[in-house]
Ligand binder design. Sequence first.
Ligand code: ADP
Ligand code: ZN
Ligand code: ZN
Length: 728
Amino acid sequence: MPIIRVALNVPVDTLFDYQSDEATQHDIGLRACVPFGKKQVTGVIIAVNSETQVPAEKLKSAHCIFREIEPLPAASLDLFHFCSQYYHHPLGMVVMNGLPVKLRGNKPVKLKESSNDLQYSLTKAGKQIDLSSIPARQRIARRLLTEFHHATTLTSHQAKQISPRAVKLLQEWVQQKWVSAIPFPPSAVKKAAAIPTLTAEQEIAVNTITTDIQQFNTWLLHGVTGSGKTEVYLRIIEHILAHGKQVLILIPEISLTPQLEAVFRARFPATHLVSLHSGLNDTERLTGWLQAQRGEAKVILGTRLAVFTPLPDLGLVIVDEEQDSSFKQQDGLRYSARDLAIFRARENDIPVVLGSATPSLESYYNALNGRYRSVRLQSRAIKNAALPLIQCIDTRTNKTQEGLSEPLIKALDKCLAEKHQSLVFINRRGYAPVLLCKACAWTALCQRCSSRLVVHLRDKKLCCHHCGHRENFPRACPHCGNQDIAPFGQGTQRVEETLTAHFPAARILRIDRDSIRRKNAWQNILQAIHAQEVDILIGTQLLAKGHDFPNLSLVGILNADTSLYSTDFRASERLFAQLMQVAGRAGRANVAGHVLIQTEFPDHPLYHALQKHDYDALAQTLLAERKIAGFPPYVYQALLRAEAHNIAIVLDFLTQAANLAKPPRSVELFDPVPAQMLRLKGLERAHLLIQSSSRRQLQAFMTEWYAQINKLPAHKVRWVLDIDPLEF
Ligand code: ADP
Ligand code: ZN
Ligand code: ZN
């Protein structure tokens, strides 16, 4: 009897064998429901064999194999295998993590016909079907073909009138590539957007990339903010779509950039586009995923998880804002969607385009050493839109009041008078980051995390931004009884209060995670900004990403210095990228842009580079530092992370793991150390760093070591390997 080998979502690094009399080789990639302990679980069939190592008396039978949807293609299984091996994570967990939630359960999915109407037409192959070759009893097929010959196109609605089963048949024909399907009515967009003439730089970029479009290449599209990277993407995509291929576009957070989706829909109104992001419910996600798997959806716009979508006709992958840390999952399976995208492109022998104004140093370095091919856009795309003027305000000589300096207030005032919009950027939500006792210097701390509680004055609460814990304000200092306890420092709410007092007539809008919590709040906010109903915006990094505010001319930046003291070696790189992004919001159209940074270190090289818009200068400095210090991209790193209720247990576990390791000379193993933030959500954390200048040797070592760590008793400890870690 055939034996199916199933990948299950359980935290052990093994696959499980079951008997199944109905199984054949064609079932690889289908889901199967099997007994596991006392439960039933569903996994994916990875292999069908004729024998097993499991002794006959222990071998169980599978309950069933689900056949309502097509099996995962071999390319998807290859991606999961690679992901499991590279990140040292159980294959079953990798596979099940990559599937839509609806496919993880023990029930077959009920497939509603897609609620969107589709319009079908015959492909070249379809037009060659000979009507007389279809047996007379296949009434529906004949009717459909006749219809096509009369009308050339058919909507799903019209097909249903012929027979309820006609739509199903059409879907089969789509898979056979006899018929193509596009959404109907063709476009919800009223007017197709005007297509701009490419700038000379854009044209070179598009030509360079499309000339080599048939094969694998990693392109780094390095373009300053406002240089029109999106237009370059659109032109390359057009090329791919013309060949009937699919395009996968990964972006950091779609829900925050509805504009981008609209741009794609407007440019390709007749193309079936699906958007896969966390704002969807499970059914919507499944529907989009299936349309992608069946090859019906041609453009797939998604966040990190979308990198696992099966795409039979994939022709191009784009990763926008490739440096964004949201492409790296920070818990469970710690994968980098950008790096997996590159793997997929290589496997498919297709191009992948990484776009950014401030590439990650890893990608920049790869472009320097020729592993990636670099295309640059040095100027803004819109005529007369110059890069903004960036200046520092020295807060040692310009004392601040409530966090704001005189020159910044004056600039805001001038901007108001000119009826332009301004943005005050402070990357800290809440009212104040600290509640402080002025008598004994007590500060409010979170009980579950090594962090301070943030003052939220609106709802009169102290909140932990790490674990979500909330508590009431104390009446007096719990330490010394003093009643004079006060918020210290600035957050978005406090800046809002201060600016409201300064500019009572101005329309001020605060934008942070707290203010966009309500449904549609974000959409409404964007609309208000575009309709010029806002004069001063106060916002966190939420506002920094990819938005186009044509009337915004002034950006004020508060509190950026804190990142300069960070012990994280990537802090400067991140700060620069973030400030470039925020600064890039100013002066994108005909209004000139001005950026003012309040700082105590106006001569810091980072601010110098920023003022000159000189990414290369900073990147060269940082690369030189990293080379000397032996940090990425000159070495490859991995972390063994562990957590438990007590740090002693964690360190003990890590020491045991370290004792098992027999690294070759080329691999360096460091001592276990407590994490930057020792306690998080009630658990204490530590890690152990491993690094090597050879990725291959690091991987070989990790594979061997991973197997050994797996054998350690670890009931009280949770551990995970983090390959290419971004956080420490
Ligand atoms: P980036 O993503 O590089 O920051 P965008 O793609 O958002 O830049 O483009 C910036 C602005 O320039 C947008 O308003 C876009 O419509 C406009 N734009 C892009 N290309 C052109 C062009 N060739 N001619 C005129 N405007 C353009
Ligand atoms: Zn006190
Ligand atoms: Zn907490």
